[in-house]
Design a protein around this ligand. Structure first.
Ligand SMILES: [Cu+2]
Length: 251
């Protein structure tokens, strides 16, 4: 299934995708030890951005998926994240929204040497703030994010927030060709002079939106991360003024 920004996504559809996504992202508990070690491998892969029946799309992944695995960290707990570059070009990782030492900020040529093909880099920091963040490439960002290098990052509160369900929706926008592959032409002047590279397919947690049921009275914590390289999105789970649809539209 392909979603164009000019089309609305059904309310049912929007909710459903989110549910599936939350499950697949899984709620990985942070380790109790102070030595919290993670590993992310950057490399090519395939994704079903066009729905289960559509052609699979060649993408770039963190540890085999786009978005990458959900990193659940603990507020105030140090973490070491080893990033291994399996691409044929340089990369770095930027931890979007996290306050951390400058040398860990992932800006190639400014805060670190880029991670070359086959090289590793160890990021070490202690997240001071709880909340919902995301991580993404900061090397040739338009291209690398546009090909899929983004993932969710959750920093858990010291005191857990009460919720029946903790949902995470990481939104991505893709510009796909008619055969379902990522279109080239990154960094075009036309895009730059408009609102950026706006795509023609939106995914929630890497999949086309599908149904999600919410029980009456259920307390749902919804975490949103917009990993678009271009347009902002306006989200409305409760539908438009007429009480139906547009869950995702350009803002
Ligand atoms: Cu960012």
């Amino acid at each position: 299934m392909r979603y164009d920004f000019s089309h609305s996504i059904s309310r049912r559809g929007f909710f459903a995708a989110a549910a599936g996504a939350a499950v697949s992202c899984s709620l990985r508990p942070a380790r109790a030890s102070t030595e919290d070690e993670r590993r992310i491998k950057v490399g090519p892969g395939q994704a079903l951005l066009n729905g289960a029946d559509g052609p699979s799309t060649a993408v770039w992944t963190y540890s085999g998926t786009t978005p990458g695995p959900t990193l659940r960290l603990r507020q105030g707990q140090p973490v070491r994240i080893t990033v291994e570059n399996g691409l044929d070009e340089d990369t770095t990782v930027h931890w979007h929204g996290i306050r951390l030492p400058n040398a860990m900020d992932g800006v190639p040529g400014l805060t670190q040497r880029p991670i070359g093909p086959g090289e590793n880099f160890v990021y070490e920091f202690t997240p001071p703030d709880a909340g919902t963040f995301w991580y993404h490439s900061h090397a040739d960002s338009l291209v690398q994010i546009g090909r899929g290098l983004a993932g969710p990052l959750i920093v858990e509160e010291r005191e857990p927030v009460a919720a029946d369900r903790d949902l995470l929706w990481l939104l991505q926008d893709w510009r796909l060709t008619s055969d379902g592959q990522i279109a080239g032409g990154f960094g075009s002047m036309m895009d730059a002079s408009m609102s950026g590279r706006v795509g023609n397919a939106v995914t929630i947690n890497g999949a086309a939106p599908a149904d999600l049921s919410v029980t009456a009275g259920e307390r749902v914590r919804l975490r949103l991360a917009n990993a678009h390289g271009g347009a902002a999105l306006r989200g409305s789970p409760s539908g438009d003024r007429r009480g139906r649809r547009p869950a995702l539209r350009p803002a």
